[in-house]
Design a protein around this ligand. Structure first.
Ligand code: FES
Ligand SMILES: [Fe+2]
Length: 450
């Protein structure tokens, strides 16, 4: 087929997306290069690799990487592929290693990625192999933000701090609320879904619309608190109950504003409520009254573009790894404040399994819908249709006390529109200079494509 023009596939002024963006292999390949090849991507939590030699195996797009703690406590990441004939260097998910030895012919690499050993180097290579040229391919930049380690393949990418931009104000509601920060607990729950990777991102980043319908059953049985904004059938578009925020380099927030609803879907939330009550003053003194009282403890969906999501309260942390246009792997952990008691941490871990784990009640509702949203596009006629995220366009506002572009209430499609806007900007920009920066409504309008 002829080359697709990405500018034709998304229209931010009408909220339109062509279904081709969920199906076409050439769009997917361009995503690997333009988005996963350039954006800062989540690699690991610092708590997973604390000692020199600790490593964690993960993906950046479809590229498998090893994230390794160095002797000087810095972190490096490498493609997990041997520079001899391309075999995978490390098969384990995580561990500690003094060196990584390839199974095929025995080349060995140090934790810093350098090639340190070659069997028969003298007899077979006649000492002519320049080992300094055959180290593991290093990820260009690795950096941490409050415990979260990210990497980018692009040496020209802006710093991680700049990439996260104004979103840091909201991320800190979880990552910096308590003095000791956060940690991931339990193993990653890994599920492969026949779903395009963008669909779960849009679902969680802004789609409060589906809660009262797709999740009506689980919302009814799992809810243990009477929270107005999370009630089935809620249509409150009200600045006092909930809001969505976006326009921060494609990152976004969907949040209730009650300070407790994050724990609304726990069978016995009292332990968590006591924790919130005992620590709210601490959080307010660290983050200010607005974040301490209204955000901390609320049901908050935080999305870091392109593929990371975390929900404080429900306390899960998730990364989507693309595996082709019609497939992705979803990795979910429980993430907790280090200060929490063991009892509360265990309760949270159990609840992540119950709600959003591999067999989680919410995920089963979502999975079924998102699978069909992907597979319907196999039909040639179907995939040449458009779909829309045009709910409440023009109702966005700015707020003097909070960064980003805001829509009131939990139900809306603002965040999804801006997710696809950022997707299009990254897909078409030839350099970072061409990627617009917009944090307010005025800046977003001024930089919108015609
Ligand atoms: S492929 Fe790794 S040593 Fe040959
Ligand atoms: Fe959902």
């Amino acid at each position: 087929m002829s080359k697709l023009d990405i500018n034709d596939l998304v229209d931010n002024k009408t909220g339109r997306q062509s279904r081709l963006i969920f199906h076409e292999q050439q769009v997917y390949e361009q995503e690997q290069e333009q988005i996963f090849g350039r954006c800062w991507l989540f690699l690991a939590h610092e708590s997973q690799i604390t000692k020199p030699g600790d490593y964690f195996r993960t993906f950046m797009g479809e590229d498998e990487v090893l994230v390794v703690r160095q002797k000087d406590q810095s972190i490096k990441a490498f493609l997990n592929t041997c520079t001899h004939r391309g075999n995978r260097i490390c098969k384990a998910d995580n561990g500690n290693a003094r060196r990584f030895v390839c199974n095929y012919h025995g080349w060995s690499f140090g934790p810093d990625g350098s090639l340190t050993g070659v069997p028969l180097e003298e007899d077979a290579y006649h000492n002519q192999l320049d080992k300094s040229k055959f180290g593991l391919k290093q990820v260009a930049q690795v950096s941490s933000y409050k415990g979260m380690v990210f990497g980018t393949f692009d040496p020209e990418a802006p710093s991680l701090e700049d990439y996260l931009g104004e979103m840091k104000w909201y991320l800190d509601v979880w990552l910096d609320a308590m003095p000791e920060g956060t940690e991931l607990i339990g193993s990653a729950q890994k599920v492969e879904y026949p779903v395009n990777w963008k669909l779960p991102v849009e679902n969680v980043c802004g789609d409060g619309y589906h809660l009262g319908w797709a999740h009506a059953g689980v919302m009814t049985v799992a809810s243990s608190m009477n929270i107005d904004s999370l009630s089935v059938g809620n249509t409150d578009i009200d600045s006092s109950t909930a809001m969505s925020v976006t326009g921060m380099n494609g990152h976004s927030v969907l949040s209730t504003l009650d300070g407790y609803a994050g724990y609304a879907f726990y069978p016995e939330p009292q332990l968590a409520v006591d924790y919130l009550d005992a620590n709210r003053d601490t959080v307010s003194s660290r983050l200010g009254e607005l974040r301490g009282n209204k955000f901390w403890g609320s049901q908050i969906n935080l999305t870091v573009f392109p593929n990371v999501q975390m929900l404080p309260g429900l306390n899960w942390f998730r990364v989507y790894h693309p595996k082709g246009p019609g497939k992705m792997e979803m990795w979910t952990w429980a993430m907790v404040d280090k200060e929490m008691s063991d009892e509360l941490k265990q309760m949270i871990l159990d609840n992540v399994c119950r709600t959003f784990g591999a067999a989680g009640m919410f995920d089963n509702d979502d999975g079924d819908n998102l699978i069909a949203c992907t597979t319907q596009n196999r039909g040639w006629q179907t995939r040449h249709q458009d779909i829309y995220t045009n709910m409440a366009m023009g109702k966005e506002r700015s707020d003097p006390d909070m960064p980003g572009i805001i829509s009131d209430g939990l139900i809306g499609e603002q965040n999804q529109r801006f997710f696809y806007r950022r997707w299009q900007e990254m897909m078409t920009a030839e350099s970072w200079d061409q990627v617009p920066d917009y944090n307010s409504l005025e800046e977003a309008r001024a930089t919108e494509k015609d």
